[in-house]
Write a protein that binds this ligand. Structure first.
Ligand code: ADP
Ligand code: MG
Length: 340
């Protein structure tokens, strides 16, 4: 066979294979887009665990009608990163919408502050539908129906409505903690409903958002963390040892406002609690790292949840040191040594 270029749809479906693992991945990408657009309200509706329908509505900047076709074209982004070492938005790859549109029936209805009318575009299994006029308030509604209808092999791997809904709810909670001034709602066909009224960006507002997600008991059972080392700032809250959990699912970590799942951070948390918690118990933690974007690489994986720090030892030392110090200051004693 001669060498030939893959079709645009194939290229997007291959990308979707990496970025769009399940309905929760779609929700993550769409909510990130809403936040990048400066939304103050983000509304998520799902049906059938997100496989039948995912609808995300925001009151952000909107997309100008003449740019709708670019929004669903590959490698097209308005978050133009002149410099890959200075990423400040959640998105930057220009990949999510074309990927989702290659494996589902996607529509975007949007209206900007300047536009006097809204417009809508669709893409179904990679086939682009013409732009047409629509009715909408300022902001954007993205609707994804029949996720993975175009890739039946992926569809077979879905775990059922409950599991997908709970993964979606976790995604929304995870992002919401980093954006306390934004109101989030999630409505599904089952019990995974969320309503997180806006608080504000102050430390108190942030803790109130954490309490909305973690439970009202969390603030009284946690200690504040605030430490700085070599320009890296760590803030947040960790639970006291008596408020531990049987798994580490309630450990949320953020790097410059981006939710991350990072082995280094997880390991540092384990290390910090090693003396006060048995091996099978896990602290509840919300930790925010803020540092110069140039010393952390977020372009590690298409889903953007992995990061690499230029100086992992510094980050680990900061987390372990700050948590231990905060526990010592709070008079929490080590169970094994009895020492403060
Ligand atoms: P990226 O987020 O990496 O730029 P996406 O494929 O997720 O790539 O989105 C492509 C572009 O579509 C964005 O750069 C943005 O300009 C526009 N866009 C997508 N969603 C929204 C939204 N909810 N509000 C405003 N603009 C949006
Ligand atoms: Mg995006």
């Amino acid at each position: 066979m001669p060498i030939r270029q893959l079709s645009e749809t194939m290229i997007n479906q291959i990308a979707a294979g990496e970025v769009i693992e399940r309905p929760a991945s779609v929700v993550k990408e769409l909510v990130e887009n809403a936040l990048d657009a400066g939304a103050s309200r983000v509304e998520v509706v799902t049906a059938g665990g997100g496989l039948n329908l995912i609808r995300v509505t925001d009151d952000g900047s909107g997309i100008p009608e003449q740019e709708l076709s670019l929004a669903i074209a590959r490698h097209c982004t308005s978050k133009l990163v002149e410099d890959i070492n200075d990423i400040r938005s959640l998105g930057f790859r220009g990949e999510a919408l074309p990927s989702i549109g290659s494996v589902s029936r996607l529509s975007i209805r949007s209206r900007t502050a300047l536009g006097d009318s809204a417009a809508e575009i669709g893409i179904e299994g990679g086939r682009v539908l013409p732009v047409r006029p629509a009715a909408a308030n300022r902001g954007t509604t993205v609707e994804v129906r029949d996720l993975f209808f175009a890739t039946p092999a992926r569809l077979k791997f879905m775990k059922g409505e409950r599991a997908e809904s709970s993964a979606t709810s976790d995604v929304v909670k995870r992002i919401a903690i980093a954006f306390p001034a934004v109101r989030f709602t999630l409505a599904g066909s089952d019990r995974s409903t969320l309503e997180l009224p806006a608080t504000d960006d102050s430390p108190e507002g942030s803790l109130r958002r954490v309490a909305q997600v973690m439970g009202a008991e969390f603030p009284d059972n946690s200690i504040a963390i605030d430490a700085m080392r070599e320009g890296v700032h760590l803030t947040g809250h960790v639970s006291i040892p008596s408020f531990s959990r049987a798994n580490a699912l309630q450990q949320y970590a953020y790097v410059n406002g981006r939710p991350v799942r990072d082995k280094l951070i997880a390991g540092a948390i384990r290390g910090a609690f090693a003396d006060v918690l048995p091996r099978d118990r896990h602290a509840v933690t919300v930790l925010f790292l803020s540092l110069d974007p140039a010393i952390v690489d977020v372009n590690v994986h298409p889903a953007k949840a992995d990061v690499r720090f230029r100086d992992p030892g510094l980050v680990r030392g900061l987390i372990v040191g700050a948590i231990r110090q905060a526990m010592a200051d709070a008079g929490i004693r080590s169970a094994t040594t009895g020492a403060a």
